[in-house]
Design a protein around this ligand. Structure first.
Ligand code: AQP
Length: 352
């Protein structure tokens, strides 16, 4: 059996980084799956609250994410699609894993540092409330919850973008140390599947990854953006003043990011990003941007249309709550079985 699990935070409508780095890969795995493959895709709302969220906005974002997952092509008949907070076993396993997780290892993780704008070598003691937002326990222990998400489903493969590779290494280590401490093999060591477009960069600062929580909305293209919005954002993307087009992610990050976006949106345009850049080498930046916008719009248009159709259908039929409840029910029955085993290994079984 192959068990595939991945999650996405409901912190806004997904952007091209989420789409190319994760969602499109999830759909591909779903569509290629045989009957020995189980797929779980979670809207990880408990992860979203590791930074402050406005409740009304979070409620809206969860719905937008559910609709986005259906719109990109995930099918509740083939994949278990659910909200993390509706499956209480995630929090329960997190506590048990927290009792096995190393503080030292967690303090080396980079995500809590980047969320607090701290340097990569910062320690938890550097996060003082005086000049920075305080480091909350939930943000620090985020990777433990992520490990619980993955390990609950006997996961063998986790498709993610490159930014999550470090957390999966932590998950494997935690699984191994739990197994060792209890002389068991209850947890698998899941493999990371990186999608080819593993790191899509911000349009306004191409040395940073494209992110939902970037304050500048022009830094990302959403899967729901209309054609004119896509054109405007790409037109204003930061490039450089070097003549011609060339693919070099270090020396020419802005141009290379546009080439990557065009290539990964439609791999039939060339054999590789390098070759695509060669095809455009004498083209003006303006013409390149127009072409990138065209390819993005053409390929994202079906997702945008489906998204709008689903929203309209829910306005009429209010069916999304039932779908989400059904997804959570399926996830819960699997997660519940794993928790029974974990509880008994720990001496926490329900029988006396
Ligand atoms: N820029 C990116 N390029 C490639 N993959 C990306 N992913 C995110 N950004 C890029 C992948 O998308 C999946 C879901 O991400 P997430 O929502 O769980 O959190 P994130 O990685 O923190 O993404 P954001 O967009 O930057 O969200 P915020 O701003 O809320 O933190 C993951 O598989 C991730 O690798």
């Amino acid at each position: 059996y192959k068990n595939i699990f991945s999650g996405i935070q409901p912190t806004g409508v997904p952007h091209l980084g989420n789409y190319l780095g994760a969602l499109r890969q999830w759909v591909k795995l779903q569509n290629e799956a045989d009957n020995k493959t189980n797929l779980y895709f979670s809207i990880v709302d408990l992860h979203a609250i590791t930074v402050h969220q406005n409740a009304e906005q979070l409620r809206r974002w969860r719905k937008e994410m559910l609709v986005s997952l259906y719109a990109v092509g995930l099918d509740p008949a083939r994949s278990v699609i659910f909200c993390q907070s509706m499956v209480p076993q995630h929090s329960e396993l997190m506590w048990i894993l927290s009792c096995h997780a190393s503080m030292g290892y967690l303090s080396r993780m980079t995500q809590w540092k980047s969320k607090l704008s701290l340097p990569e070598n910062a320690s938890p003691l550097d996060a003082t409330p005086k000049d920075k937002p305080a480091l909350r326990l939930g943000l620090f222990s985020y990777p433990v919850l992520q490990a619980a998400d993955v390990l609950l489903y006997g996961t063998t493969h986790v498709p993610v973008g490159e930014d999550q590779a470090q957390h999966l290494e932590f998950t494997r280590e935690l699984a191994a140390s739990f197994n060792h401490a209890h002389s068991t093999t209850v947890f698998n060591q899941p493999e990371t599947i990186l999608s080819p477009a593993k790191r899509v960069m911000s349009l306004t600062n191409p040395t940073k990854k494209m992110s939902k929580s970037d304050a500048d909305v022009k830094s990302r293209i959403l899967i729901t953006d209309e054609k004119d919005v896509i054109e405007k954002k790409i037109k204003s993307a930061l490039t450089d003043s070097i003549e011609g087009v060339a693919y070099d992610r270090d020396a020419r990050p802005g141009v290379s990011n546009l080439i990557d976006i065009m290539y990964y949106m439609d791999e039939s345009v060339a054999a590789s990003p390098e070759e695509l850049a060669r095809d455009f080498k004498d083209v003006s930046m303006r013409a390149l941007k127009e072409r990138v916008a065209e390819v993005v719009d053409k390929n994202i248009e079906p997702v945008r249309t489906t998204y709008n159709d689903i929203m309209a259908k829910d306005e009429r039929d209010r069916y999304l709550t039932d779908e989400a409840t059904h997804g959570a029910w399926k996830a819960k029955s699997q997660a519940g079985r794993k928790m029974e085993v974990v509880r008994s290994i720990m001496g926490l079984q329900r029988t006396f």
